[in-house]
Write a protein that binds this ligand. Structure first.
Ligand SMILES: [Zn+2]
Length: 146
């Protein structure tokens, strides 16, 4: 399956130009493609419009297929980042434990609570180990909800 991703990625790579925003910490955040609700950049490729995470494409272009039972983790915690220096392989079970959507929702709610108490984005980035891109997205959501 991983091999397929690589093949699609190469095709896609030529078809649609990628654009990035570079951050001081080295994060390269996708600016040319939309992000999903969890903050991951993804693309649809092939005839059946298969959805693939952008960071996975970049990792595979550099390193080859993701081995079975593994997932790619963002060391920098910025899910829209595709800098391959910020990505690492994890066993799927390790990743799940640290990264399920319930936990994510809980973290976002905690951050919102503090944000409403007047914490700055910078303070929230440090506390929750998230990047600027994530905080910008979250605070946009928080403003729209209320
Ligand atoms: Zn990064």
């Amino acid at each position: 399956m991983g091999g397929d991703v690589g093949r699609f990625a190469l095709t896609h790579h030529k078809a649609i130009p990628w654009r990035f925003i570079e951050f001081e910490n080295g994060c390269q955040v996708i600016a040319s493609h939309s992000l999903n609700q969890d903050g991951y950049a993804r693309v649809w490729v092939g005839k059946d419009k298969k959805q693939i995470m952008a960071h996975r494409i970049f990792w595979e272009l550099k390193n080859g297929s993701v081995p079975d039972g593994h997932e790619i983790d963002h060391i920098c915690k910025c899910r829209a980042c595709v800098n391959t220096d910020h990505l690492r392989l994890l066993h799927r079970s390790d990743h799940k434990a640290d990264n399920n959507s319930t936990r994510y929702k809980h973290i976002k709610e905690q951050a919102e609570e503090l944000w409403r108490q007047g914490w700055s984005k910078k303070e929230l980035m440090a506390k929750f180990d998230r990047c600027r891109q994530t905080l910008d997205k979250w605070s946009k959501d928080w403003r729209e909800i209320h």
